[in-house]
Design a binder for this molecule. Structure first.
Ligand SMILES: [Zn+2]
Length: 604
């Protein structure tokens, strides 16, 4: 029996190539004999996850996650081994049990099964049934072609109360499962089930791997409805373990390959906007399901692309959508831009009327969300002189105060831009920002002063407060090595920017160089010596940078040394936190001291 199990597991493993499986969740780029992707298990800025087809394994060189095809599915789907086995068996068309019917409990696999069954049924109805002519006409009027209708799996739920229910009974599909996923519902007084979707065009909503997890149904304009209780134009299947409206990105399965090529994904509002964009050869387009862009979307998107373009109608500018987008932008490490369409058309209308070029141009010309908000705030208040400037700054700072790390390069860049554009002194902006943050921290928790948060332990705050121009002693070894590496190999800068904050550099001269490198990187320029030359105007510093770069070039194994240097920075950070806690303990009340002692132990 156990041997059978092992054999079955190995058969399933062999039938699921790791590159295909990982590639169905993440976008992969070939790298020699292996493939690389942005690691989904840590905040990854540069592809650190290596998938090796020869070993059928994956490993992240940054966070250390590794495993095989089973562990990968377990981690990604948040399921136990048996469920992962089931998913992969299904993927390969291998049956786990004899005579297995779709009748098992409410497992994810069971729900996916009935969704797949229903999608096929709705689609064959749309394509072949005489009763679906009205739906075919509707899609034809919207100019959607047959290729797209097939690719997106569109279907039709006919105008009948038991069409799906009867089909399920005939094919022995579990009515319980269909009810759980929200395609049918129970009648009152236990008199069987009825179809929830009637006379609607059905848009299957698929996850990143192309599995149907839900449906959106659009009512046909011709549908006979009661005037006093008009049904909603769009209607969704139920929220389940496999489908959550606020997580989903419509079209992500078909957009991710194109996005890997263009480097960005565009987000529009409607299903037909997405399909029409694909029909015009612009495939890096998805839609949220009627919800604003949220943190969970961002998490998914970051696995695929570093840049996201939100497409707004021209008249939607300056409203809460933009503020919300800016909030997401300041809280997350993501390049978020806004594209506005000409003449207030939605993407679908624009594409039908003018072809792909104006839409493509709008996407390529998208403005970063901060710049967009800055322009709008200025347009709104700028005319009112100094008061207007202050008002515009206030609008921006209210959102900037949400930045998790108050010493990030990104925040510094934004403050700098506000200062330049609104002609306000940078010091004043920082002071106001501090006030706003303190207010927020105060209202979030009355007991915890902001300086006790892990991002800002006292020792670090003091280091930050030290003037940058103090006399430089000899630089600590790990700081010098870091600079040697970064100057010799600029490709390491992005990783360093994630791991090491500028103010972790104790040596003021080296800190200046790091700040310059990060600034270059954040503004999209190469962080190399050539570009540094334009920024560093101190002859002596410049000379020592060249010396450092030369030393860096002599290292036989730069990535290896880099890892060690990162490790040393981490150790130092821990040490500094411990010291800070110890200092606090000296003047803490006994009860608080106990709490601090616990903290200290967590850092051991
Ligand atoms: Zn990782």
């Amino acid at each position: 029996m156990n041997d059978d199990r092992t054999a079955l597991r190995e058969r399933i493993r062999e039938a699921n190539d790791i590159v295909d499986v990982v590639g169905s969740y993440l976008s992969l780029r070939p790298a020699g004999p292996t493939f690389k992707a942005l690691c989904p298990f840590h905040e990854d800025k540069h592809p650190s996850l290596v998938v090796d087809p020869r070993k059928q394994s994956y490993k992240c060189w940054a966070c250390g996650e590794w495993g095989d095809v089973f562990t990968f599915v377990q981690k990604m789907d948040h399921v136990e081994f048996p469920e992962a086995l089931r998913t992969l068996a299904q993927r390969a068309g291998i049956s786990l049990e004899k005579n297995q019917k779709i009748s098992a409990g409410p497992s994810k696999a069971g729900m996916l099964d009935v969704m797949k069954w229903a999608a096929a049924r709705y689609q064959s109805c749309l394509l072949d049934a005489p009763s679906a002519e009205v739906a075919r006409d509707y899609l034809g009027e919207r100019q959607l072609n047959l290729g797209m209708i097939r690719q997106f799996g569109l279907g039709y739920a006919p105008d009948a109360w038991e069409w799906l229910v009867q089909g399920a009974l005939k094919e022995k599909i579990s009515l319980d499962l269909l009810e759980q996923v929200g395609l049918i519902a129970k009648r009152n007084e236990q008199k069987g089930h009825y179809d929830r979707f009637r006379d609607r065009v059905m848009f299957p909503i698929r996850d990143v791997q192309g599995r149907t997890v839900g449906f959106g149904g659009r009512i046909l304009p011709s549908s006979v409805v009661s005037a006093d209780r008009p049904p909603p134009k769009y209607y969704n299947s139920a929220e389940t373990a496999i489908f959550s409206k606020s997580d989903q990105l419509y079209g992500i399965d078909l957009a991710k390959q194109a996005a890997a090529k263009t480097g960005y994904l565009a987000i529009v509002e409607g299903y037909t906007d997405v399909i029409m964009a694909h029909q015009h050869g612009i495939a890096q387009v998805v839609a949220t399901m009627g919800t604003a862009l949220n943190e969970r979307h961002i998490k998914q998107l970051k696995r695929i692309v570093p840049r996201v373009v939100l497409v707004f109608d021209a008249d939607a500018g300056g409203d809460t959508g933009v503020d919300r987008a800016l909030e997401v932008f300041v809280k997350n490490d993501l390049d978020l831009r806004i594209a506005t369409l000409p003449e207030g058309l939605d993407p679908c209308d624009l594409l039908v009327a003018k072809g792909p070029e104006p839409f493509r141009a709008a996407l390529e010309g998208a403005v970063d969300v901060f710049e967009y908000k800055l322009q709008h705030a200025w347009a709104k208040h700028g005319a009112r002189g100094v008061d207007g400037q202050r008002q515009a700054a206030e609008e921006l700072l209210g959102i900037l105060a949400l930045t998790p790390n108050e010493r990030s390069v990104k925040l510094a860049l934004m403050v700098n831009r506000i200062a330049q554009r609104l002609l306000i002194k940078e010091d004043l902006i920082w002071a106001r920002l501090k006030e706003l943050r303190a207010k927020r921290a105060g209202s979030a928790s009355d007991r915890t002063a902001p300086r006790e948060t892990p991002h800002n332990p006292p020792a670090e705050a003091e280091a930050q407060a030290a003037p940058a121009e103090t006399k430089a002693g000899p630089a600590p070894l790990h700081e010098r090595e870091l600079l040697e590496l970064l100057l010799a190999e600029p490709a390491l800068v992005p990783r360093a920017a994630v791991e090491i904050a500028e103010d972790e550099m104790e040596h003021p001269g080296l800190r200046k160089v790091i700040e310059a490198l990060y600034r270059l990187h954040a503004s999209g320029q190469p962080a190399d010596l050539d570009h540094l030359q334009g920024i560093i105007d101190n002859e002596k510093l410049w000379q020592s940078m060249r010396d450092l770069a030369q030393k860096g070039l002599d290292y036989p194994d730069r990535p290896g040394v880099f890892q060690k240097v990162l490790e040393r920075f981490r150790e130092r950070k821990t040490l500094r936190r411990k010291l800070a806690i110890k200092n606090q303990m000296q003047d803490a009340a006994p009860a608080d001291a106990l709490e601090l002692l616990k903290k200290l132990r967590d850092h051991q």
